[in-house]
Design a protein around this ligand. Structure first.
Ligand code: SF4
Length: 394
């Protein structure tokens, strides 16, 4: 049996839903990856039954999964799908288990305090998801009698559920005929049909092709089988075509250039932004923090006082933004962080003040020992680590 750690080494670091376990018989390491064994055109159409048979034998064992053929709990499917957005299976696992232990059903989550949900989410990133998770649980309890709707249309009306997530829940939890296309599935379909149109324009063609592949039944298993194929066999680098259940039907394999699919348009990166954070500690072992505004980037999360993050950062006047009068010292180096739409570089200033120093309006002192319980986004964990407080690798 291939371990999670060993398997995860193989994944491209940007790939989502990476890998759980793969039976030894199909472990990619047991074959020569990416061998160009066939150079002519693909011989036959992809057979959904072949993929389902492969899934029955080699599906990943994931904490939120029901065995093949069984119907999964909609609450578990929904919770896992929200957590998996922009996040790997490996990172989600422990969070999912903790959430489920603390809030075992949608009613329990709806009754939770938002602050507790944000704290439990801290470190998972993309915090709007946690706020939507809580809002969605309340909407299901208050507007749906505590039961998730079973159609894509009605699921999409709930907070935080977009087209992909609605299709995934409809297929996996309710076995509805739905096509949920994530990055893994996009890659499989683009290769299977050697789709030349670059992403994102190629998405429509990929979806249309995926719809033609749907089986007559077992829509949930088929969706998960496609996810697993992309995560464990049809990987971004060195796909294990030799053991793929669709190897004889795959156009990219026949051409010998599977890795070059899906075609991608050149990436446009966001403009670099700059800022400064102020880490002030009190001699009784506390650090000054505040909560970010409820709306906007990292809404409601905890931060040390910081400047705005802008492309035109005034490094000369930076101390005008310091939260209180103190002897400030600028730390060497910068803290780098990547948000979805822009990269960030932050300088960090530190100061130490007496125990009785009052917190400025809107701020509060938090004991060092309690920092782990704060809803700190990863960028702030990095800032605190840079200042010698907290975990260096959030
Ligand atoms: S779908 Fe094609 S490219 Fe992907 S693993 Fe199978 S044979 Fe290889």
């Amino acid at each position: 049996m291939m371990t999670v750690a060993a398997a995860s080494k193989r994944r491209n670091k940007f790939a989502q839903r990476v890998v759980g376990e793969v039976d030894a018989a199909t472990a990619p390491g047991s074959f020569s990856h990416g061998r160009r064994e066939q150079t002519g055109p693909a011989a036959k159409a992809a057979d959904p039954a072949a993929l389902l048979a492969w899934y029955d034998r080699h599906h990943r064992r994931l904490p939120w999964r029901a065995p093949p053929g069984d119907r999964a709990d909609p609450y578990r499917v929904w919770l896992s799908e929200i957590m998996l957005q922009q996040t790997t299976v490996k990172a989600v696992g422990p969070y999912y288990v903790r959430f489920l232990a603390r809030w075992p059903d949608v009613g329990a989550l709806a009754a939770a305090k938002l602050d507790d949900v944000l704290r439990a989410w801290a470190g998972l990133g993309y915090y709007a998801r946690a706020r939507n998770l809580h809002a969605c649980a309340q909407a299901v309890v208050e507007g749906q009698g505590g039961r998730f709707p079973d159609s894509e249309h009605d699921l999409r009306a709930l907070p935080g559920i977009g087209a992909y997530t609605a299709a995934a829940i409809a297929a996996i939890a309710f076995d509805r005929r739905a096509v949920a296309i994530d990055g893994n599935i996009e890659r499989v379909i683009a290769r299977l049909h050697a789709i030349e149109t670059p992403l994102p324009n190629g998405k429509g063609e990929i979806r249309a092709r995926a719809e033609t592949l749907l089986p007559a039944h077992r829509f949930g298993d088929f969706t998960q089988a496609l996810m697993d194929l992309g995560a464990t066999i049809c990987t971004p680098k060195k796909p294990a075509c030799g053991i793929c259940p669709w190897r004889d039907a795959c156009s990219a394999r026949a051409r010998g250039d599977a890795e070059s699919f899906p075609r991608k348009a050149p990436k446009v990166l966001g403009e670099m932004r700059y800022g400064a954070s102020f880490v002030v500690t009190r001699s009784d072992g506390r650090v000054l923090v505040r909560s970010r505004p409820a709306k906007g980037l990292l809404g409601g999360m905890t931060e040390v006082p910081s400047t705005a993050w802008t492309p035109a950062f005034d490094a000369v006047a930076v101390l005008e933004h310091a939260p209180l009068k103190a002897t400030w010292r600028k730390l060497a180096g910068v803290v780098e962080h990547g948000f979805t739409h822009f990269p960030l570089q932050q300088v960090v200033y530190v100061a130490h003040v007496p125990a009785r120093t009052a917190a400025p309006d809107g701020m509060r002192w938090v004991p060092f020992a309690d920092l782990h319980g704060e809803a700190l986004p990863n960028v702030m964990r990095k800032v605190l680590a840079h200042a010698g407080l907290g975990d260096q690798n959030p």
